[in-house]
Design a protein around this ligand. Structure first.
Ligand code: AMP
Length: 271
């Protein structure tokens, strides 16, 4: 076996892999810690993948804090950090682009970010080839990404198990994200509205509501009260197939994307 993890795998050690785009925060940290608990070896990658950004998206503004990230990971005692360059990842002549098809890319972020999940699938499969880990650690924060990657790994028989970790939030409920640091102080104050609204929707379900329109209307109403937030989508779906859920039941995934201060935020809740 080749790959970054080969020496450890040959020695019979399981290797956990946490792919990131850097600007690390406590959300990433929880993935790293989970991997550290479950494997003797943890490898983290930091790579802002141009393939997954659309031409009008925030690739150039995406925060890059490599020095801080490396010292953060040193404290966490990970065995290796992989920081490839664009040339390492996509050298001249690179000719592969995976295409994700079917119901997993029919809704949620996919219609608003054409090609995004193809770019994500391509880079993650490439990173898995370079690292060759035993397990792949992903965050529920990007629920659609986690569902898609789980399916891609099964479809391609990559023999890597995915582990999906819960969303890590700030004390006021805002889901941690590298993009949060681009919010203005006012935006940062308003941003927890998204999770407050999702929780209000969950409360309705806890009290027996099963109609999708009612639950989504409640969530949408709370968000629209904040004039600065522009909701992009709000959908209730099956958590595995991501097919629209007309009746909400325990386990249904309610997910949204919204713009605030020109920053695109995503969040979700399992009701
Ligand atoms: P990113 O650097 O944004 O590409 O994220 C790298 C990994 O960290 C992905 O699997 C994300 O889902 C996960 N992640 C990012 N933010 C959070 C969070 N707040 N809670 C849990 N996982 C997260």
């Amino acid at each position: 076996m080749q790959g970054l993890a080969a020496q450890w795998r040959k020695a019979g050690k399981s290797v956990g892999f946490v792919p990131t785009m850097g600007a690390l925060h406590r959300g990433h940290l929880e993935l790293v810690r989970r991997s550290r608990r479950e494997n003797p070896v943890t490898v983290v990658s930091i790579y802002v993948n141009p393939l997954q950004f659309g031409p009008k998206e925030d690739f150039s503004q995406y925060p890059r804090t490599l020095k801080e990230d490396l010292s953060f990971l040193k404290k966490e005692k990970v065995q290796a950090v992989f920081t490839p360059s664009d040339k390492d990842m996509y050298p001249q002549g690179f000719c592969v682009q995976l295409e994700v098809t079917g119901s997993l890319v029919r809704g949620l972020c996919a219609p608003y970010r054409p090609g995004h999940f193809n770019g994500v699938a391509t880079v993650v499969v490439k990173l898995l080839g370079a690292v060759q880990p035993t397990k792949l650690y992903l965050g529920q924060k990007d629920a659609q990404q986690a569902a898609i990657l789980g399916q891609v790994l099964r479809d391609l028989n990559l023999g890597v198990q995915t582990v999906v970790c819960p969303i890590v939030r700030e004390a006021d409920g805002l889901a941690m994200s590298s993009r949060n640091r681009r919010l203005t102080p006012e935006g940062r104050r308003i941003a927890p509205t998204l999770y407050r609204a999702l929780k209000a929707g969950k409360r309705l379900v806890d009290f027996g509501e099963t109609k999708e329109e009612k639950v989504l209307a409640e969530i949408g109403k709370i968000i629209r009260e904040e004039r600065k937030i522009r909701l992009q989508y709000l959908e209730a779906v099956d958590p595995v197939t991501l097919q629209p859920a007309s009746r909400i039941k325990p386990g249904t995934l309610v997910a949204l994307a919204a713009y605030l201060d020109n920053v695109r935020l995503i969040d979700n809740i399992v009701v």
